[in-house]
Design a protein around this ligand. Structure first.
Ligand code: WQD
Length: 356
């Protein structure tokens, strides 16, 4: 489902995917394999489990199963990156690995700076040493801070509201500096809006460790009875129903966006270091999301209205024109499919990958 590439696209190309056992990483790895790429995953399993990789292997056509390799490793250990680079010659890297919980980053900024910045700097150094200078980087709409105007356009002024967001902002600036210093690099920065949903098989999906920070995994846990109710952070925003608005995007659309970015890296010698929004361009409120999930699941999601969450923006959604025109990519799935597929994953895996 979803891939825009053709199997011949990936033949004879080998991709390193950091964080490939994670939510977006696992969905992207599945699409890469289906498009004929050979894929090596390096992941420290800090916020993921190897079962996700096993599920991807089971889902992919048996012709491509031998193209998937998993390496348990940490980007903060140069020796781990060197080891994985000794296993294959990589044509490009898709770099997902990173800590991403906003609240946690406020409580523990050093852990976020060390993991997200040092890990990425190690990766750049060893990629260059091995002559691999093509990277798709997992950035985030968080670099738009509190946008004064929406939809967000890629050339907007950037800012960050928390240490997690600052790591993404700093890593975008580092990418631009790396390219300025050595134009042999080709780097695409993908700014995700709010990734939700799951592969339609229901075999892979979002399985955050601990209490979910994000809206949809929390709603998912209420629906399966793991949480009693959803705390809605703020119903006094100047929006259609008082709750905050976001641009939710199906994770399969997001995975497709990475395939399109990879194809661009291989085809466009003048890509330099360029940022693209990966969103739908549509804004959905928290209460609209709750209603859509109740409709998709047939479950009641009790809500409790709470004060606003510090640092939350009123409304954030993407301008999608640049990715459409330059990557030939556009999101295909709407809120209904996102909720349908997220429920299908939750219904089959109420406790995520590892049942208690
Ligand atoms: C969405 C809306 C909350 C939980 C962050 C990062 C972004 C990306 C996605 C990593 C907000 C409300 C949430 C809850 C709620 N992360 N909410 N009750 O904050 O838009 O984006 O996660 O890639 O980079 O910034 O996503 O899902 O946390 O919140 O009412 O229990 O849902 O207040 O309005 P957010 P979110």
């Amino acid at each position: 489902m979803g891939s825009q590439g053709q199997p011949e696209e990936g033949f004879n190309k080998c991709i390193l995917v950091t964080g490939g056992a994670g939510f977006i990483g696992s969905h992207t790895v599945l699409q890469l394999l289906e498009d004929g790429y050979e894929v090596y995953i390096i992941d420290n399993l800090d916020n993921s489990v190897e079962e996700a990789v096993n599920r991807v292997r089971d889902l992919v056509d048996q012709r491509f199963r031998q193209n998937l390799h998993f390496f348990l490793g940490d980007l903060c250990k140069k020796e781990d990156i060197e080891k994985v680079f000794s296993l294959a010659k990589f044509d490009a890297v898709i770099h997902f690995a990173g800590l991403k919980a906003v609240g946690e980053s406020v409580a523990n900024p050093f852990r976020y700076y060390k993991n997200n910045l040092v890990g990425t700097l190690n990766l750049y150094e060893i990629m260059a040493k091995h002559g691999c200078k093509k990277m798709v980087f997992s950035s985030s709409a968080t670099v738009y801070g509190q946008p004064k105007v929406i939809p967000c356009v890629e050339d907007f002024q950037l800012s960050a509201m928390n240490p997690y967001g600052r790591t993404k902002l700093f890593l975008e600036e580092i990418a631009r500096d790396v390219y300025q210093a050595d134009p042999d690099w080709r780097i695409i920065l993908l700014r995700y809006f709010n990734p939700v949903g799951a592969h339609p098989s229901g075999q892979i999906g979002e399985d955050p460790k601990g209490i979910p920070n994000n809206l949809m995994p929390f709603i998912q846990q209420v629906a399966v009875g793991r949480q009693p109710e959803l705390n809605v952070y703020g119903n006094d925003y100047p929006t259609k129903d008082g709750t905050a608005v976001r641009d939710y995007i199906h994770v399969v659309d997001l995975a497709d966006g990475h395939i399109s970015a990879l194809q661009k890296l291989f085809k466009a010698s003048d890509i330099g270091c360029t940022a693209y929004n990966l969103g739908t361009g549509c804004g959905t409120s928290v209460l609209e999301m709750v209603a859509a999930f109740e409709k998709a699941s047939g479950k009641n999601i009790p809500v409790k209205f709470c004060p606003r969450r510090p640092g939350d923006a009123t409304a954030v959604y993407a301008s999608t024109e640049k990715a459409e025109h330059e990557l030939g990519w556009k999101a295909k799935y709407g809120i209904e499919e996102m909720c349908r597929d997220q429920w299908n994953w939750a219904r089959q895996n109420p406790w995520g990958y590892i049942s208690p």
